[in-house]
Each structure stands twice: as C-alpha cells, then as structure tokens.
Design a protein around this ligand. Sequence first.
Ligand code: NAD
Length: 424
Amino acid sequence: MAYIEPAPLKDKENPFEAMMSRFHDASQLLGLEDEIYNVLKSPARQVIVSLPVTMDDGSIKVFEGYRVVHSNILGPSKGGIRYDPHVNLDEVKALAAWMTWKCAVVDIPYGGAKGGITCNPRQMSAGEIERLTRAYTGAMIDIFGPDRDIPAPDMGTGPREMAWLMDEYSKTQGMTVNAVVTGKPLVLGGSLGRTEATGRGVMVSTLTAMEKMKINPYKATCAVQGFGNVGSWAARLLAERGLIVQAISDISGAYYNEKGIDIEAAVAYSAKNKGSLEGFPGAEKINGEDLLTLPVDVLVPAATEDVIKASNAPNIKAKLIVEGANGPTSSKADNIINEKGIVVVPDILANAGGVTVSYFEWVQNRLGYKWEAERVNRRSDRIMKDAFNNVYRVANEYKVSMRIAAYMVAIDKVAKTYKYRGGF
Ligand code: NAD
C-alpha cells in the first residue's frame, strides 16, 4: 500500500512522530487500507484557546490551552489534562492519539482525547489555578460533555482541578453533571481505587509479564523512575508483592539502596517535603539518568516521555521494561531494546489501568451508584490481564514486539468499528 509519509526516525523525537512511527508499522502489518489509515492518523478536532486569568497581584495573564479529540469512533473521547510549562500542541496531539489506542487495547467504549495548559502550577497559588481551570472549562464548554468528551487528571492536575471543572461545567447546565469528568474527589462521585489505578495496572502488567518470563517476584529487583502518582503507587504495590525496589527517582535526582528502599517511608517523606525526595535518608543519592541503566530485573519509567533513547538504550540491563509513563521510549531506542531481547510492556497497555478505572467512575456516576474498592480492583485487574494476554498472543502470532502488537490490537478494533459504522 502507498503511504503518504514514512515516519522519520531520529534520537530526540517529537512525540507525535514517535507515535506515528509505531502506528505506521502496525498499520502496515495489519494491511490497513489507505483510506482508513488516513482517517485514523488525523485528529478529529484540535482546539486552541487563550485564557486570560486575573493573578493574585491584580495583573491579567493570558495562558494558552489545548484540547485535541483524536477519535470518537468507539465512543465519547476520553483523556487527561496536563498543566506544565512544556505543554504544546504536538505533545497534546500525540497524547490524544495514544488515548485512542489505549482505550481500544483494553476494550473500553471510548475514543481518545487530551488537553493541556502551558503554565507552571508550582509557581501559582490555589486561587490562580482555580481561575485558570474555570476559564479553561468555560472555553471548552462545547467540547466537554458526559456523552461527548470526558477529561481526567494528568501531570500537574488532580482531584482538586477536576472538582472545579465539574462545578464550572455543571453551572452552565443548571444541574450537577458529575459524569463530565473523572478523577474527582470521592465525595463528588470519584471512584474508589482511582488514585492508585494506573500504578496498580503497572503492577498487574509487571507480574503478568514476569509470570510469562518465569521471573520469581520474590527474587526480582526493580527501579522506578518518577515518584508522582504513577511511580509511587507502582513502587509501593510492587514492593508489597515481593519485588526489591532498589531505586526510585523524581525531578530532584535518583535514590538507590541495594537492599531495597522502604517505599512507605519514601512516600511519607515526599509528602512532608512538598512532593520532593530531596534529602531522603533511606538511600544514597545518584544521578537521575543512571537509574535507567542499573542492573535490575525490572525497569519502570513512570515520569515523562522520551527518557529511553538511542544514547542510553544500549546500556539498559533490565530484562523487562514496563512503561508507566506515556511515550518514555523513542522509536529508535525500541529497535535497540528489541535486539537486546528486553521485553517491553508498552505504555498504551501498561498504564491503561487509570483510564479503565476512570471508565468505572463514569459508569458509576451514570448508574447513580457506588462500587466498593474490591469490585473496582477485581474488575480492573481482570481487564488488564485480559488485555495483556491478548497483546501477548498477537505478539507471538506475528513475531513482533508487544508494542507493535498492542498497536495492532487497537488499530484493528478502531478500524473495524469505523467500517461497521460506515464512517460518519
Ligand atoms: P505526577 O506529576 O504525579 O508525577 C511525575 C513525577 O515524575 C514526579 O515525581 C516528578 O518529579 C517526576 N519527574 C519529572 N521529570 C523527571 C525526570 N526527568 N526524571 C525523574 N523524575 C522526573 O505525574 P503522574 O500522574 O505520575 O504521570 C507520570 C506519567 O504517567 C506521565 O507520562 C503521564 O502521562 C503518565 N500517566 C499518568 C496517568 C495517571 O493516572 N496519573 C495515567 C496514565 C499515564
């Protein structure tokens, strides 16, 4: 088939190009028709808004906000909102497409979207962040909706911002609409298990992969990059299941203890220290980059994108990489890692526990009912395991990496649905 653009491969990648490169390879293996390839590669909608916000000193600052709906073929679009100084349209486009593939790979009835605001929430007061969140919600009122597009937290946002978003949206509708957003505080209709859901999914993926690879969790060592929501929960749950977490890290650097870090102590320390591990007494401080090449069995990148690249991939010693973050591995690094025989559980599968429990939150809101934590965990573990086994089967059948297999499963599902619907 004649494709429009073969995806470029270089070391420092634009995240959209990295995603397109995998999409391209998987589409080719599936023999996807050109027409459908073109539909799936283009975001359905891209919105850029200017958000004037009154700052605490009385000045007015204008922030740029984005929402990209990549696809609504499988259902309403779903995806987080990121507050970060580096947010840009290309990144949001890549993350939106990732959400389409992620929802499809775990077989939940959502399309993909992503949003973001270029801002530094660490340098803003709660009042300023609230005004910014309300301005963003107002600007996106025609995009958001429980049957149209359902946001959620991502880097730099959490239950507090989702509560403001729900409140602002509800005011415009004249009634409480809690299903418009997920990741809300429990009292506003949040789901039990949502906070730890992504880290829990990473843990389930890790243990399922280790079972296939015949690695005994009680003898395995592990390093986790990033100690925010995903990394800290993944580290905690893996440690609970017997893995020795020898290294953790955050933006302040990496912390190493050969005998295993007391993760509960690290969580408590970071919480008291404004979310930073700086000065953590239970480990030796090492260079942040060096965490990635430690001689551990399992490596969990759970911080940010493009950290495993052609320059450090040859030095990676882990047998298994489980991608908690979105896009932590460049496509060029993929080739090196595959040649080394390292198994990678790709982002769109490994970190899909979050969107799975987000889906459960939306289901509960629409039912007007609340599930107990045990039911949430049991159902999300089942979904993660089934998705893992499905991707693993396709990887073996086509003799491809789990990443390409995950894309094949996802693209095949969206393409088939599109064909049945006859386009719209
Ligand atoms: P977070 O803001 O809670 O935490 C990010 C952590 O990474 C912080 O500890 C920060 O200090 C650290 N960090 C940032 N840059 C780093 C670097 N270069 N080296 C080491 N540490 C660094 O964010 P999060 O919600 O945990 O998200 C992390 C990743 O997981 C992102 O890629 C996000 O898109 C992805 N993700 C999150 C969820 C979710 O439910 N929160 C779901 C799916 C995917």
